[in-house]
Design a binder for this molecule. Sequence first.
Ligand SMILES: *[C@@H]1O[C@H](CO)[C@@H](O)[C@H](O)[C@H]1NC(C)=O
Ligand SMILES: *[C@@H]1O[C@H](CO)[C@@H](O)[C@H](O)[C@H]1NC(C)=O
Ligand SMILES: *[C@@H]1O[C@H](CO)[C@@H](O)[C@H](O)[C@H]1NC(C)=O
Length: 299
Amino acid sequence: MAPKRLVSFLAVAAALATTCHGWGGGAGDVVSSSAAALSFVDRLRQMMIPAAVGDGDYCDSWRVGVEANNVRGWTATPRKCDNYVENYMRGHHYRRDSKVVVDEAAAYAEAAVLSGDPAADANATWVFDVDETALSHVKFYKNHGFGYHRTDEPAFMEWLIAGRASALPNTVTLYKKLLLLGVKIVFLSDRPDTPELRNATATNLIKEGFDCWDELILRSENSTATGSVVEYKSGERKKLEEEKGMVIIGNIGDQWSDLLGSPEGRRTFKLPNPAYYIDNYKRAGAAVAITASSSSSSS
Ligand SMILES: *[C@@H]1O[C@H](CO)[C@@H](O)[C@H](O)[C@H]1NC(C)=O
Ligand SMILES: *[C@@H]1O[C@H](CO)[C@@H](O)[C@H](O)[C@H]1NC(C)=O
Ligand SMILES: *[C@@H]1O[C@H](CO)[C@@H](O)[C@H](O)[C@H]1NC(C)=O
């Protein structure tokens, strides 16, 4: 890297640091380690319950179908994959799969920034989804089922407001790397934009180590009333590019609805999530809509 570029990265990084929403610090803050290691119980589960038990082979294939966007529009995981999904999410497999995605993303980002593409230089931007991308709700699902059991909407909302979700450890690694590269950070979520939830979302992100961003976009009532998740998210990305001059070099999410719709971003990265599917629902809180519809269909 030419010294001039290095200087400009440092300048950008310094400029960014001033926009940090830190609790007494910048990007170098210690990351909460709540998600960093498997709990004792989960380590025990991994030893006692092999990944493929019973219908494990089928569920393995079903999960690949989901991740490749071949299996769509499901409202609940297949009943026989209930244990499989729980085991997957609580154990090493989910972390390992996520790490492959994030390692690819980090290598790509580094190459993209260092290639010196002038269009991407100062305005290079990365879009992160929030739920099951930056923050994990595995702790919530431990008490409310992993995709099969009924999940009530108020309980999930309460959980979000409480702001106790843990960082997905691999995503924090990618995030820190992007900050060092001087890439702008945007969090784009389908969470409804209420003052309470905005505060809870920001507080939770900061607490888990995501303490700097250029934009935290939640879904306003207006965009909730019309349009699908894909329309909402791609519309917001379009505004970032057209109104703010950002160049979205990367976009990462756990749902296909995070990644589809122009402009998608120069590259997209799909994190695993076999626990729920967010479709082109007509309103915000689609995870909530799904759980509500799956509970009504199972009652
Ligand atoms: C959340 O609200 C509290 C109380 O009003 C305030 O002190 C805090 O700074 C807010 N946090 C964020 C991240 O906006
Ligand atoms: C929502 O839409 C209405 C009608 O178009 C408009 O008056 C209002 O300002 C909008 N609110 C926001 C938050 O954009
Ligand atoms: C970054 O965006 C701003 C605002 O649109 C624009 O003026 C500037 O030329 C852009 N920088 C680069 C390097 O493209």
